[in-house]
Design a binder for this molecule. Structure first.
Ligand code: SF4
Length: 278
């Protein structure tokens, strides 16, 4: 009888010990992750080819909160040519695991084609201007080129794989409780591309009945004061327009031979500050 009780007591103590050990190990591993998980930068496939740079960035935002909004790529090539190249780009800030694909311009191509890059070093720096933080990642040039050429994941596939954001609160949809008055009669014609009366106004956009316009080269394109940084022009022609925090710039090596696209961007500008000379 006594022996059975002692055995049961020992078994109970062992079970309690096991539960405490498992709890302590999981707490410790969580703490290790919280304290020592290192920021990670993965090179992704850019839709801008050798003029772009795409990456994903993961870090412990709970331990080190920050909103990163600039990416810099630097080449240190002391034994090659050119010896140094730096390109940078501001993007919409990311405050947790995020990915961005930025058009870096001709400088990126120059960096990638530098003579001797395989033996050089490439530094990728992520900067948070609002929180004064910088994360730096060094690559051997050869490794950097390898990762760029082997990258298959894009920003889109990275974002699709992220865990779904917590569900939004549900709201009841208010039932409509009115009946609209009939539209008043008007002699005005609807100004849409399919209305032949206005086909000429939509020629650049390929409206119905519009004749195809011949492309042209512009001699100069510039931005008048008053840009409201809506991004419309950059979305239409990113090789020419670069929208910054407070204005829009013309890229230094902007191609000027696609006048139709520049004209389309000018027509899309809500404040009509994009000007060009044919
Ligand atoms: S479309 Fe016009 S307002 Fe919008 S960013 Fe470009 S220049 Fe600025």
């Amino acid at each position: 009888m006594n022996t059975t009780l002692i055995a049961m007591g020992i078994a109970g103590l062992l079970a309690i010990g096991l539960v405490i050990t498992v709890g302590a190990v999981s707490l410790l591993s969580g703490s290790f992750h919280f304290l020592f998980a290192r920021p990670r930068l993965e090179i992704l496939k850019s839709e801008f080819g050798d003029h772009g740079f795409a990456f994903s960035f993961s870090w412990n935002a709970a331990r080190e909160p920050g909103k990163f909004d600039i990416v810099k790529v630097r080449l240190f090539n002391p034994f090659g040519s050119p010896t140094q190249v730096e390109v940078s780009k501001k993007f919409s800030a990311g405050s947790s695991d995020f990915a961005r694909d930025s058009y870096m311009g001709a400088g990126m191509k120059k960096l990638l084609e530098a003579q001797g890059i395989e033996e050089a070093s490439v530094e990728v720096e992520l900067i948070s201007t609002s929180d004064n933080l910088t994360q730096s990642f060094m690559f051997k040039g050869k490794k950097f080129l390898e990762q760029l050429s082997q990258a298959r994941e894009t920003v889109k596939t990275f974002e699709e794989a992220l865990p779904a954001a917590p569900g939004k609160p549900l709201y009841a949809t208010v039932q409509r409780s009115f009946i609209a008055e009939p539209m008043p009669e008007s002699a005005k014609a609807l100004k849409i591309a399919t209305n032949p009366e206005f086909a000429g106004d939509f020629a650049a956009a390929g409206g119905a009945g519009a004749e195809a316009q011949e492309n042209f080269t512009v001699s100069k394109v510039w931005i008048d004061p008053g840009c409201i940084v809506c991004n419309a022009c950059e979305a239409i022609y990113p090789e020419v327009f670069e929208v910054t925090d407070d204005t829009c710039l013309i890229r230094p090596e902007a191609p000027l031979d696609n006048g139709l696209l520049i004209q389309e961007a000018a027509e899309a500008c809500p404040v009509e500050v994009i000007k060009f000379n044919k």
